[in-house]
Write a protein that binds this ligand. Structure first.
Ligand SMILES: Cc1ncc(COP(=O)(O)O)c(C=O)c1O
Length: 378
């Protein structure tokens, strides 16, 4: 049967096309222009941070951040076992070792006790991931970081517009936060990301790294007469074309998030009774004062059932669903680069084999949701 309900549908339309046309007509399509500056201002205000730097991806924001913090060979960075490869790759690219720590089973973020136990003399940073836009146990992790004087950085790739207790924006809580605007994210530029921080020195270092290791941005602001090469760097500035798409998406954020909330509520109505009958585990709801951005709707398939066979069965009924992360701590690249016994991460291993993601996007109707859940129950 053809796919009737795809896993993902882009939310880009005529308004984005018009914004791109305007940028092209302006003749300024590179990075570091007026549109990018406007988008950075909106992001600063939304997250309540002193600095927002648009980058070509969240992966690049994480690389810039690690480089700005001086993370290098011989260093260790604590990361959750249940993880998208970007962060592990960004750490390894600095020559540092990603130390995989198990996640807690509810929100699938770093387990604070296991994190505390993993901190050692070489630990240079703790990278906390907010899976699916659900706030991880960030306060306990921030407390660990403060006790050991180790920066906590947030991989808030999936967390645009989510908040921890007391409405604190995810991505704004650690020494720095990194976010993604990839095609699959709630608000998207196709590709793109951002780095957030209140730390002026970190922002200045990251701005230089983003611009080939030059102090060009300071020259553009008129702070210096000529720019020159002052540090290691790369080319991580977001094009004005993509910034223009993002600006439109940010303007539509309330509508996008409202529709995702509707879809998530429709799923919940149908999944709660199904879960009670079939030992299916559902994602938690936000605690009072928190906000989850409904980036992902996932279920954990009962142990003993074949998650992939269930996924294939749903696809045969026209519904496209997908698993998520593969374990990285025992991946070929880890084994080859840091040989030795991989760590024992039971919650990560269990989650990687049982988690199934269901479609969620603003144009998904309530009847579509019924069809997805019927296919899951079949
Ligand atoms: C948790 C997490 N971190 C990082 C990334 C990387 O984002 P980007 O594609 O913008 O580099 C993603 C992308 O899906 C992600 O889900």
């Amino acid at each position: 049967m053809p796919i009737a309900i795809p896993f993902h549908r882009s939310h880009h339309g005529p308004r984005e096309a018009e914004a791109v046309r305007e940028v092209i007509a302006s003749g300024h399509t590179g990075g570091g222009g007026a549109v990018g500056a406007r988008v950075e201002r909106v992001l600063r205000e939304l997250l309540g941070v002193r600095h927002a730097l648009l980058t070509t991806s969240c992966t690049h924001a994480m690389e810039a951040c690690l480089l700005a913090l001086g993370v290098g060979p011989g260093d260790e960075v604590i990361v959750p076992g249940f993880l998208y490869v970007s962060l592990a790759a960004a750490v390894a690219r600095q020559g540092a070792r990603p130390v995989f720590v198990d996640v807690e089973p509810e929100r699938l973020g770093l387990d604070p006790a296991a994190t505390e136990a993993a901190i050692g003399p070489r630990t240079r940073a703790i990278f906390a991931v907010h899976y699916g836009g659900m706030a991880c146990r960030i306060d306990a992790l921030l407390a660990s970081g403060a006790r050991h004087r180790i920066p906590v950085i947030e991989d808030a790739a999936q967390a645009f517009h989510s908040a921890a207790a007391n409405g604190r924006a995810l991505g704004s809580l650690g020494r720095a936060g990194c976010m993604s605007f990839h095609e699959t994210k709630n608000v998207s530029a196709g590709e793109g990301g951002a780095l957030f921080t209140d730390d002026d020195a970190l922002a200045r270092a990251a701005e230089t790294i983003r611009d080939k290791g030059t102090d060009r941005a300071a020259a553009v602001r008129g702070e210096i007469a000529h720019y020159t090469w002052v540090s290691p760097g790369s080319s991580f500035t977001l094009s004005e074309v993509l910034a223009a798409i993002l600006e439109v998406q940010l303007g539509a954020r309330d509508e996008i998030l409202r529709e995702r909330e509707r879809v998530a509520a429709a799923y919940r109505t149908l999944l709660v009774p199904l879960a009670a009958r079939h030992e299916l585990e559902l994602a938690p709801e936000p605690a009072p004062g928190e906000r989850f951005n409904r980036h992902i709707v996932h279920v954990l398939i009962p142990r003993g059932l074949d998650r992939d066979a269930i996924g294939r069965g749903m696809r045969a009924r026209g519904v496209q669903v997908t698993a998520h992360f593969q374990t990285l701590h025992d991946s070929p690249y880890m084994r080859q680069t840091w040989p030795g016994e991989p760590p024992h991460l039971p919650v990560t291993a269990d989650t990687c084999t049982r988690l199934l993601r269901l479609p969620i996007y603003p144009s998904l109707g309530d009847a579509d949701v019924e069809r997805v859940v019927a296919a899951l129950a079949a």
